[in-house]
Design a protein around this ligand. Structure first.
Ligand code: GDP
Ligand code: IMO
Ligand code: MG
Length: 421
């Protein structure tokens, strides 16, 4: 019996999960998303083509793999329909390669309006949400009001939709928020019709049946560990469990059926949206990281906040996820820095702490360790042994601190720009 391997982002999202899943897919027969929704933007690059996926699993461009949208995902039929149309233009038969859980929840047009209204009402304390309706959709799920993909097949689907929409309209009146969903609602019902082409499955049955039949499955995380609803920098988080435990809830697999946990991190740190970010750089170094790393959101286009690698936060994410192998992304971005810093502890109220605290706020002062940069373009190097000593020192320090080996190093956005140790 097989186990589910997992790819997870260990920081605040955008670590490069899409690329890694695409690279690893040839080793798997099925790829499954288990949480999040169109707030995700997963970039893939191969054969001169670039793609950004939001809801569709990143295994979709490999012939052999089945792609599963699990029960823990929230779906906006408009965004999904657009995404599918774009993939179909590439000649990929998406209906044949992708199935959707009946238990996945739907994002309604009024969920988007509620997201925007809530953010506007928060003013300065806004979350910096992607405004895709994620929070309100998960609130209706836990509030037991939500509409699910399986409901599309029920004769009273439209009635249920209207009942929930009325509830949302009452809530929106309290916000005194002006909105117009007419055009989006039309596209939404077209999107629902489009979804009917797909097989709606009991994904928990399918996943467990597959494991029993020795079919290998890779679970693809969205967002990052520090955006987890329970363990992230609350309230500046997303509304789902982004940690490894989310795989159990979001796909219906038992904890004993989790195999390898691949933890992905950038060789530095980024964050998009509001919230604490202890190693954030507000100087020219931060700006250089953003420019060289092309750190602009794949979903919203917003500039990403940039800073040095935070080992305190990384160790926390490794612990919470039970990471078995680390994958370092965007190593190439650091090529030209004379020195590279890594936060190894925080100073809080004059005291040094080496764990991720409950009060993760702007008062935290990172304690840095400096490394000599490798100061040269090592993009051509394809073997770990051939890397300069300075770079190996950086990698080995991270391994020593986290206690987990760095097994893959990514040196560019393309599928081919990947070094496996
Ligand atoms: P995801 O949300 O975790 O899938 O990550 P995103 O796609 O939002 O952001 C990662 C960005 O970095 C994308 O633009 C990728 O094309 C790019 N990328 C991935 N790996 C590398 C790498 O090793 N080097 C560079 N320079 N870019 C990379
Ligand atoms: P991927 O999968 C980076 C951030 C938003 C905001 C907070 C809440 O591409 O790594 P939400 O729309 O979920 O209510 O927003 O979470 N956020 C992400 N940041 N990458 C993502 O996804 C994100 N998904 C949500 O910017 O701060
Ligand atoms: Mg992204």
């Amino acid at each position: 019996m097989k186990k589910v391997d997992v790819v997870l982002g260990l920081q605040w999202g955008d670590e490069g999960k899409g690329k890694v899943v695409d690279v690893l897919t040839p080793n798997y027969q099925a790829i499954a998303r288990f949480q999040g929704g169109p707030n995700a933007g997963h970039s893939l690059k191969f054969e001169g083509k670039s793609f950004v996926l939001h809801t569709v699993p990143s295994g979709i461009f490999r012939d052999e793999a089945m792609n599963i949208i699990g029960n823990g995902v929230v779906i906006d039929p408009v965004i999904l329909a657009e995404e599918i149309a774009d993939i179909e233009k590439m000649g990929v038969d998406v209906t044949k390669r992708m199935v959707i859980s009946k238990r996945a929840h739907l994002i309604l047009p009024t969920h988007r309006a509620l997201d925007a209204a809530s953010e506007a009402a928060k003013g300065k304390t806004k979350i910096g949400s992607t405004l895709k309706g994620i929070g309100p959709a998960y609130m209706d799920k836990t509030g037991r009001n939500g509409l699910r993909v399986g409901d599309i097949l029920q004769p009273d689907f439209e009635e249920r939709y209207n009942a929930l929409k009325r509830k949302h309209e009452d809530m929106l009146r309290q916000y005194a928020y002006a909105y117009d969903i007419t055009a989006y609602e039309k596209a939404w019902f077209e999107g629902i019709e489009n979804l009917r082409r797909f097989e709606f499955v009991d994904s928990e049955q399918l996943v467990n049946e597959n494991l029993k039949n020795d079919i290998s499955i890779l679970a693809e995380g969205a967002q990052g560990s520090l955006l987890d609803i329970d363990f992230g920098t609350y309230p500046y988080v997303t509304s789902s469990n982004t940690l490894c435990s989310g795989v159990c809830n979001g796909l219906g697999v038992a904890p004993t059926r989790i195999g390898n946990v691949y933890g992905i991190f950038k060789a530095y740190c980024t964050r998009v949206g509001s919230g604490p970010f202890p190693t954030e750089l507000f100087d020219t170094t931060g700006e250089t990281l953003r420019q060289i790393g092309n750190e602009f959101g794949a979903t919203t286009g917003r500039p990403r906040r940039c800073g040095w690698l935070d080992l305190v936060a990384l160790k926390y994410a490794v612990m919470m996820n039970g990471v078995t192998e680390l994958i370092m992304m965007k190593r190439d971005v650091l090529n030209d820095f004379p020195t590279i810093k890594v936060a190894v502890a925080y100073e809080v109220d004059g005291k040094q702490v080496d764990y991720f605290p409950y009060e993760c706020n702007d008062d935290i002062v990172p304690v840095y360790r400096e490394f000599a940069g490798w100061n040269c373009d090592i993009c051509g190097v394809r073997k770990y042994e051939d890397f300069p000593a300075e770079f190996k020192q950086y990698v080995e320090f991270i391994e020593q601190e986290t206690g987990v080996p760095v097994k893959i190093i990514s040196v560019g956005p393309d599928r081919a720009e990947t070094i496996v140790r």
